[in-house]
Design a protein. Structure first.
Length: 148
């Protein structure tokens, strides 16, 4: 299609906003603490993991572009981001490991390599009762990563 925009309906004003992302993988942040990935799924892993951070409640604010480090090479195209709104961070998981990135500056706070490093993906369970990430790694097991 010609229009590659993302349409966001604002119920408080009944207005529709059209967001034109600059990168292949925009992450939309909502006022309620939710994040939605609008990934452009591709067939091969990219040469860089680049994300555009878009806050839908701040349309006049520039959208920072971040590059996530440590997850290449891998056998599948996309990372799996998880938003941690309480700490203004993103956790990215892949077969290579889990990275913790501060936002909006994109600085890597930490990277934890997963055992095996095979072709399997991993899934980050968001912290709730504990100040930690729980990572379910297909084929490798379960990881508990303290955040303090």
């Amino acid at each position: 299609p010609r229009n590659q925009g993302i349409y966001v309906f604002h119920p408080e004003t009944s207005q529709v906003e059209i967001i034109q992302p600059k990168s292949a993988s925009p992450l939309l942040f909502f006022p309620n603490g939710e994040m939605v990935e609008m990934a452009n799924y591709i067939g091969d892993p990219p040469s860089e993991d680049i994300y555009e951070l878009i806050w839908v409640d701040a349309p006049d604010t520039a959208s920072p572009i971040i590059t996530v480090q440590g997850h290449l090479p891998r056998n599948y195209p996309n990372l799996f981001p998880r938003y941690l709104p309480e700490s203004s961070q993103l956790a990215f998981s892949s077969s290579q490991g889990v990275s913790l990135v501060s936002i909006p500056d994109g600085e890597t706070v930490g990277f934890w390599e997963l055992a095996g490093g095979g072709g399997y993906s991993s899934y980050v369970v968001p912290p709730s009762a504990y100040p930690a990430l729980v990572v379910v790694a297909d084929g490798d097991g379960l990881y508990y990563i303290p955040l303090r």
